[in-house]
Design a protein around this ligand. Structure first.
Ligand SMILES: [Zn+2]
Length: 360
């Protein structure tokens, strides 16, 4: 189904590839070749979808190798500085491997290193007794979300690896993944999963979370808390993170603060995402706008897909995201990414019925 969706949108399909002995870390892992109809293979996704003992829980997309331009590398000069035989052999072996994973993209100058990513999910493994795995709605949503990140990595073609695909401004990194969640809500997209019309098992009605608005409200509080902790107020010797949390919950919370608790110690995103926790909400607002303006009426339109692919996905972090989004949405007032542009995104609002808060 995902392959059919990408073929409709981008002319890209997913193909199961053979693995060589020792290439994957568990027999459950499937290697997918991502094939463009004109350029051929553009990258690889290792899909490790079933839960098992010892595997990290949760879903994730992570990059093994980014795309980058490789034909202006200066490997020969690098080798001049390698003196010992073992290192030399290792470098040459890696060179040989790398050369087999590069491609000239038609219509683009240069030769590109092709991306490799891993996609982790934790669905139940099919068994002989229970039969095939039937994914719950939230699991399909998660798969679509992570696939959005993976395709951002696959389609990104930038000169440098550190700005390829998902390596873009944190403010925009969740846009491609949350947009994919909108696709899943569309009956036209869902029909791609049942081309023979013989869906027999379970219910096709999707699960609606009755608490979704409370979840979104909590996300807003957490984003506000993250901003408070990263504000100059935190530099004061009198600053008390628990008091700040209590004050926020008392003034804006749905449920009052419970004395004696310090939930902030469990808020992992405070570290690493420093002051950008709001991005999830921010990208939900943008994704919703992109969906409505471009895809909602005709979600499988190739022309729109191409516009989004070549206007956003291809550039990763290699172009000002505000420029890309304002061009895509035909909203020139947003091009500067200033306070006015932020306020405009604020007016777009978040749709609770799409997207599960807190996914990464
Ligand atoms: Zn994500």
């Amino acid at each position: 189904g995902l392959s059919r969706l990408f073929r409709n949108l981008y002319g890209i399909s997913l193909r199961l590839a053979r693995v060589t002995p020792g290439e994957v870390w568990h027999p459950d892992v499937r290697k997918l070749e991502v094939v463009d109809e004109t350029s051929g293979v553009i990258g690889w996704i290792y899909a490790d979808l079933f839960a098992r003992r010892g595997k990290p829980s949760g879903a994730a997309h992570y990059t093994v190798r980014c795309s980058r331009r490789a034909d202006d590398d200066d490997a020969h000069r690098d080798l001049e500085h390698v003196w010992d035989e073992d290192t030399l052999k290792a470098v040459q072996l890696s060179d040989k491997f790398e050369n087999a994973h590069r491609a000239r993209i038609p219509g683009t100058e240069g030769v590109f290193q092709l991306p490799v990513v891993v996609l982790l999910c934790e669905s139940a493994r099919p068994t002989a007794r229970k039969g095939p795995t039937i994914l719950a709605w939230h699991e399909v949503l998660t798969l679509f979300h992570e696939m959005g990140h993976a395709m951002h990595s696959m389609i990104g073609r930038t000169e440098y690896q550190n700005v390829s695909g998902t390596r873009c401004a944190t403010d925009f990194v969740e846009l491609p993944s949350i947009l994919m969640e909108h696709f899943l809500q569309s009956p036209k997209v869902l029909s791609l999963f049942d081309i023979k019309g013989n869906m027999t098992t379970g219910s096709t009605h999707h699960h609606e979370d009755p608490c979704r608005s409370i979840d979104t409200h909590t996300q807003i509080l957490l984003a506000a808390l993250d901003q408070i902790y990263h504000s100059p107020a935190a530099l004061s010797p009198e600053f008390d993170s628990t008091a700040a949390l209590a004050m926020l919950y008392e003034s804006r919370g749905l449920i009052p603060y419970v004395p004696g608790t310090s939930w902030q110690t469990q808020f992992g995103h405070l570290f690493g995402y420093g002051a950008t926790y709001y991005s999830y909400l921010f990208d939900r607002a943008i994704a919703s706008r992109v969906w409505r303006k471009l895809f909602a009426d005709d979600p499988l339109n190739r022309e729109t897909g191409e516009r989004y692919k070549t206007g956003i996905l291809k550039f990763g972090g290699g172009k000002d995201p505000w420029h890309m989004v304002s061009t895509l949405l035909d909203a020139p007032e947003m091009v500067n990414g200033d306070a006015e542009a932020m306020a405009e995104v604020g007016r777009w609002k978040i749709e609770d019925e799409v997207s599960v808060p807190g996914r990464h």
